[in-house]
Design a protein around this ligand. Structure first.
Ligand SMILES: [Zn+2]
Length: 86
């Protein structure tokens, strides 16, 4: 069980997006090794306007524009299939 950084509830890993800060290679969406933060797959959380700030705080780093681009693409495409959510 992991904690969602937005709603602070715990979820099974499969119901969460994992964002990992790899100290050598930068920040990854759903892959990589290192400090990780989790966001549950409820729209309220992953589309929260403050989610990027919360991520930066949880990962203790600033988000690279390249990562933000990937993040937004992932959550937008996830949004296209609302029935996959919880
Ligand atoms: Zn949440």
């Amino acid at each position: 069980m992991r904690l969602c950084i937005s709603c602070r509830k715990t979820f099974d890993r499969k119901n969460l997006f994992k964002i990992t800060k790899d100290h050598e290679e930068g920040i990854f969406f759903d892959k990589g090794m290192g400090r990780s933060a989790y966001i549950c797959r409820s729209k309220k959380c992953y589309s929260d306007s403050k989610i990027k700030k919360k991520l930066q705080k949880a990962l203790k780093t600033s988000l690279e524009p390249k990562f933000i681009e990937i993040f937004e693409k992932e959550i937008t495409s996830y949004n296209d299939y609302p029935n996959k959510g919880i």
